[in-house]
Ligand binder design. Structure first.
Ligand code: DGL
Length: 263
């Protein structure tokens, strides 16, 4: 069995890269739903349906565990999938999200979150942070333009837009900043430059691999089923010119993506 990593686009490759760096021995399947991106501008019902189909695709490709690397899908669909669909359809598999693992490492009181509009609207980050620290002050900004600009490989415009999104959080004197979207770690250097050195930047690529490792160590029933052949398969629902550029800049080599229809 394999480990699936799902994102609405290419941002999840950042998570895949960090996970495979820490746990290179396993076999991975990556799926980016580039045809339906951006999820961040869709309704919760649409995100749920798309995420369900994507996770089902990964289960059919022998994934024992699926990490929903996409924050928007984690916020809008994860709980519902875990409670209703998964136990009925795939009781021996697991779906893991990225929001709770991130919230668990935040230790300061004034917390900024940048995320997609859909993630912000669910208030999932606020709810999960308050469960652990009821006195925390959480400030959210919907950074709607960033994902389309990053997917188009237009980092110049993305960095310019970032300033507009971070300014309200800087003005609120946040002490931690959660990059609440798969794509934002790609802007980390510019984020650091804008927020200064005293703000703790919480980036999922540094958290998810360790959380996965500890999950597997606690769940031998999953770990023991995992194939160890150091391989990754890459699937997208739409091919585009950014695939080569972004994957080459991340992995240093050209990756062959297969186009699939998950519907
Ligand atoms: N991957 C999504 C996330 O982490 C954002 C991209 C999108 O809007 O589809 O929130």
């Amino acid at each position: 069995m394999k480990i699936g990593i799902f994102d609405s686009g290419l941002g999840g490759l950042v998570i895949l890269k960090s996970v495979t760096k820490l746990l290179p021995q396993y076999s991975y399947v990556y799926l980016g739903d580039t045809l339906n991106l951006p999820y961040g501008k869709k309704s919760q019902a649409e995100i749920y349906n798309l995420t369900k189909k994507a996770v089902a695709f990964l289960f059919k490709h022998d994934c024992k565990l699926v990490i929903i690397a996409c924050n928007t899908a984690s916020a809008a669909a994860l709980r519902k999938l875990q409670k209703g669909w998964l136990p009925k359809m795939y009781p021996d598999r697991r779906i893991l999200g990225v929001i709770v693992p991130v919230v668990e490492v935040v230790s300061t009181e004034r917390i900024g979150v940048i995320a997609t509009k859909a993630t912000v609207l669910t208030k999932t980050y606020i709810k999960e942070i308050k469960k652990l620290n009821s006195s925390a002050k959480v400030f959210q900004v919907a950074a709607s333009d960033l994902v389309p600009l990053i997917e188009a490989n237009n980092f110049k415009a993305a960095n310019e837009a970032l300033k507009k999104y971070l300014t309200p959080l800087i003005n609120k004197h946040v002490s931690s900043l959660i990059l609440g979207c798969t794509h934002y770690p790609l802007l980390k250097n510019e984020v650091r430059r804008l927020v200064g050195k005293n703000v703790k930047i919480i980036s999922q690529d540094q958290i998810i691999p360790l959380k996965l490792q500890s999950y597997l160590n606690k769940h031998a029933e999953f770990k023991d089923t995992l194939l160890k052949n150091h391989k990754t398969e890459f699937y997208v629902t739409k091919l585009g010119s950014s695939l080569k550029i972004i994957s080459k800049s991340l992995f240093g080599t050209t990756i062959e993506f297969k186009r699939v229809n998950v519907n």
